[in-house]
Ligand binder design. Structure first.
Ligand SMILES: Nc1c(C(=O)O)ncn1[C@@H]1O[C@H](COP(=O)(O)O)[C@@H](O)[C@H]1O
Length: 161
């Protein structure tokens, strides 16, 4: 059973979303991934969002670019926490995606990350932190991940030429 569902509006988002999946792989947490578009596949989007609780999903991560309605529309159709990743776009640099995802009306939140790859990585970590509130093993892995990051950052200062 997957506790995390990862969806993207198009296969063209995959290079970004791959970064999310790589972190989930590293933590050994089960997840499913798929292309689902609110615009191009509205019926599938509704079925996915409305069926997520019954499937055992705990957190949904959704990446979309441009007029990025996907995370918000999923959030509108499930009580589960939704994390939105704004895709980087060629025309507007991802500001379009960011504003589409972050400016939700009061009542239907989407936890919005940074644009692009940094956001994709943080979406995975935030989802893991949410699971970590009730799963001590995952929380311990988060603590260890941060320690490794800390040590690498500290060590890097010793190698400035
Ligand atoms: N924003 C959405 C939605 C949606 O919000 O439902 N569906 C696809 N898209 C986005 O359109 C961009 C271009 O998609 P294509 O490359 O397939 O033309 C992608 O970044 C996708 O997330």
């Amino acid at each position: 059973m997957s506790e995390i569902s990862v969806v993207m509006g198009s296969k063209s988002d995959w290079p970004t979303v791959k970064e999310t999946c790589q972190i989930l792989d590293r933590f050994g947490v089960a997840y499913d991934k798929n292309v689902i578009s609110a615009h191009r596949m509205p019926n599938e989007m509704f079925a996915f969002a409305q069926g997520a609780v019954a499937k055992g999903t705990k957190v949904i991560i959704a990446c979309a670019g441009g007029a990025a309605h996907l995370p918000g529309m999923i959030a509108a159709n499930t009580p589960l926490p939704v994390i939105g990743i704004p895709g980087q776009t060629k025309t507007l640099g991802g500001m379009d995606s960011l504003l589409s995802i972050v400016q939700m009306p009061a009542g239907i939140p989407v936890a919005t990350t940074a644009i692009g790859v940094a956001g994709a990585k943080n979406a995975a970590l935030l989802a893991l932190q949410i699971l970590g509130t009730t799963d001590r093993a995952i929380q311990d892995q988060i603590i260890d991940y941060r320690k490794q990051m800390h040590d690498a950052a500290k060590e890097s200062g010793a190698h400035l030429d």
